[in-house]
Design a protein around this ligand. Structure first.
Ligand SMILES: [Fe+2]
Ligand SMILES: [Fe+2]
Length: 218
């Protein structure tokens, strides 16, 4: 999802953190980022399905988590066309899903809450600061909702990861398990990652270079 090649994918990591990047480019990229959170709905749904014995309260919070992610995806889906993006040009990567479903549900949930979500705050704080330059009340509000939701998701992770671990027969201490799972993810990604990197040819897909043009800065 994040690349270093502006001719490959829409979210170009170095541009996202470069203070010289135009804020309109950052706004387009974060809306793509949000729209692509549809993959979080996909892989979190598998955790739901794979833990039928979980207590109701766990599934209740997980249902809220699912709804939040679908809403985050809608933020991008709704805003991108207003900024000139043809939604048919935005790829939905299946790559992360493909990797995570090779791992058992407690490992999937640990990666999601303790790695991807817990690790997203510095980048999103930077993005929020930059987008604020645009005086775009709607963008600021959507990003604030997103950050609040993500903080809740990490809270859910702290609350429910030990329970999901117990359901799956995992007995290591949580910290040790999370650390080991991050290492395992790298190994699984090396085997199962990059199998479905793109669904559209380069000329039809939204890329960083095309975002520069849409933002009017190219
Ligand atoms: Fe999200
Ligand atoms: Fe989330």
């Amino acid at each position: 999802m994040f690349s270093y090649d502006a001719n490959e994918t829409p979210i170009v990591r170095p541009w996202l953190v470069d203070p010289k990047t135009d804020a309109r480019v950052i706004r387009l990229m974060v809306y793509v980022w949000l729209m692509m959170e549809m993959d979080a709905v996909d892989y979190l749904a598998t955790v739901f399905f794979d833990t039928p014995q979980a207590p109701f309260d766990l599934h209740h919070d997980m249902a809220r988590h699912l709804w939040d992610e679908s809403r985050h995806s809608q933020f991008g889906f709704r805003q991108l066309p207003k900024l000139g993006v043809d939604l048919m040009s935005v790829e939905h990567s299946l790559d992360l899903y493909n990797i995570l479903v090779q791992m058992p549900p407690h490992e999937r949930y640990a990666m999601m809450t303790m790695e991807f979500e817990a690790g997203s705050f510095p980048a999103k704080a930077h993005v929020m600061d930059r987008v604020r330059e645009l005086n775009d009340f709607e963008a600021d509000t959507l990003l604030a909702f997103d950050r609040n939701d993500e903080q809740n998701h990490v809270r859910y992770g702290h609350r429910w990861l030990p329970e999901i671990m117990a359901i799956c027969g995992e007995t290591r201490p949580v910290d040790e398990f999370v650390q080991a799972t991050k290492e395992k993810f790298k190994a699984v990604a090396a085997i199962h990652g990059n199998r479905t990197p793109h669904s559209l040819p380069p000329e039809r897909r939204l890329t960083g270079e095309k975002i520069l043009r849409l933002a009017g800065v190219a």
